[in-house]
Every structure is written in C-alpha cells, then in structure tokens.
Design a protein around this ligand. Sequence first.
Ligand code: HEM
Length: 359
Amino acid sequence: MNPAALIPTPDTLQVPWGWFQVLLLLTLFLHIILMNVMLGSGVIALVNLFRAGGEPTPLARDISKKLPFAIAFTVNFGIAPLLFVQVLYGNFLYASSVLMANFWLLIVAFLIIGYYLAYILDYRFDTLHNSRVPIIGLAVASLLTIGFLMSNNFTLMQRPEAWTRYFDRPTGLLLNLSDPTLIPRYLHFMVAAIAVGGLSLALLGEWRVRRGDPGAAAAVRSGCNWFAYATIVNFGIGFWFFGVLPRQVHDLSHFSGVLIAVLLVVAIILGAFSVIYSLQARVMPTLYTVLAAIFVMLLVRDLVRVAYLRPYFSLADLEVVPQYSPLLLFLVIFVAGLALIGWMARLAWRAVTAGEVRS
Ligand code: HEM
C-alpha cells in the first residue's frame, strides 16, 4: 500500500506558515528548557537520596520543594507548541497519535501520578523515612515514560511508511520501536535534561553565594560537574543519533541538508564551549552557551522533520486563506500571559526562597 494514501488532507492556514513555525520554535524552546530543569533535577535528587541511603539531604529537600512548580510550568509550556505543531503538521501528528492512541492517552495518567508523588514528597519530605527513594523514583519514572512516549509520537508522525502496520494491528497500541533513531533520540533528550538540571542547581547555588551563603559554593561545583559529565556523554549519544538518521537528512544536495550540517557544527562548538566553562565552574557563560546550543539543536530537529517528510509534504504546500485577526488576538494574549506568568514565577520564587510556601 502507498503510505501517502494514509495522510489526511491538511487544513488551510489563516496566515503564512512561517508565523506558526517561529511560534512553534520559541514555545518549544521554553517547554524543553523547563522539562530539562524538571526531569534533570528530579534525577539528581533521586541519585542524591539513593547515595545517602534514603536519609534526607538538603539538596533533595530543596529539589522536592521546587518539583511541583517545575512540573506545572513544563506542562503549561507544552500546550502552546502542541497547538502550533498541530496547525503545521496536524495531518501527520493526528495520524500517529491515533496509531499509538492508548499510550498517548496514558500520558495524562503518568502525569497525574508523577505530579501527585511530587506533591507527597514536597509535603511529607521529613516524615517519609524509607519511602523517599521509591516515591521520587516512581515520580521520575513516570516523567521519563512521558518523555519516551513523546519521542515515539514525534518520530512516528514523520514516518508514514510505518503507519501501514495499523492494518495488521488496529489496536491503538503501535509504538515506533522499529525506528533505529528512537532510542538515541530519546537518550539524547534525557541526558541533556540531566545536564541542564545540574546547571539549574549550579545557578541556584551561585545565586545563594551572591547572597552571602559561602556553603552554596559546593552546590555550584557539583551542579557544574553534573552538567559537564552528562554533556560529554551526550556528545557520544549525539554522534550515534546522527549516524542512524536516514540518508535524506544528510543529503547535501538539498538546502535543508546543508543547513542541518552547518547548524550542527555551530551547536557542537557551542556545546563544547559550555562544557569548558562548566568545568571551570563559570555558571553564567555555561548558561548562555548551552541555551544557544539548545536553540540551534531545536532548529536542527525541525529541519530533520522537514527532510523526513520531503517525499510526502512541504510546509509551503499549505494553502493560506488570509485572516489575521485571530493571530493578532493570540499574540496580545500570549504576551500578556507571559508577563502574568513571569509575575507569578517571581512571587512563587520569593515565597519559596523565604521558605513560606507549601506550593
Ligand atoms: C511533563 C512531562 C513531559 C516530558 C518529560 C516531556 C518531554 C518531551 C520531550 C523529550 C520532547 C521531545 C520529543 C522528541 O522530539 O523526540 C517533547 C516534545 C514536545 N512536548 Fe513534551 N514533555 C512533557 C509534557 C508535555 C505536555 C503535557 C505537553 C502538551 C500539553 C507537551 C508537548 C510537547 C510538544 C508539542 C513537543 C514537540 C513539538 C514538536 O515536535 O515540534 N509535553 N516533550
């Protein structure tokens, strides 16, 4: 069967696709950074508690207070890119979501489990005794599972040739496990999350040092080490990932292939600098270089999707029926929403640092 016959006809757009593409990239960037802080700091708290034999440690207590906030922000900042990716690639994403429908819907259940456990850890940290490690372990496992399901859907959507399996198993239980890129791609995201989680702890440590707490210098060093070593490992995973991408992605006869190659080199250089800075415990230069590296990597990720879908579809094919007012209204509300969230985050941060809030 010709897989192209399975791709639904796309809806029309109200404004040219570039608008949605820029908004997708910007909002996905925020989602991925927050996801990294949430997941990475969760993993670090788990390792820290495990090493301490489950005894309460200041680092794990600190992280457990902030984890519910981090989950809430990650989820909320996931909604905007979900809307934009559906506008641009709905005919692919809806199809793959249906193929893995049971798993896709399970994300909500895993989210509730992870969120609930994070709250238990926050509220009962000091009285949990032996159950601290299993509770944070289960919370982290739920979040890791969500990430795995995300990677499954966002790789399955770009492989219509894999969709024909539906006719053998019309159960809504198809994952993308036969794709050689799935595991390295997933690991690339998760190890990056550990690195950025470490960096977020280093940032917090640096902020405390500046406020006159010399004891926090150890947190800066430890967070930077997490960042540096996880990123070094991620260079290896990144090369593995690149090696298993199909030929059309590496194809330098297409402009997107050239752009992917150039952007990858830029991202690798930025990544290398971030490792050097973090080994010197220079937190702010590490932050700037890694944020730039992540943004460039997300551009590459999008171009890889364009290359995958080239035999079937191009964004330029999407028909535009001009209607600018919804976009304008969206932009106004989006900016106001960001300002409101910034204000809430400032309040929450003040309350957390003053030790007042039980989220
Ligand atoms: C809280 C746990 C979550 C984790 C650990 C997580 C993790 C991830 C990861 C790893 C990716 C990249 C997948 C890949 O390309 O291989 C991703 C992408 C994405 N996530 Fe999440 N996510 C979470 C929650 C959410 C939620 C609740 C939403 C929506 C409401 C969401 C929306 C998205 C979207 C739209 C993309 C990709 C957009 C695109 O392909 O351009 N995420 N997420």
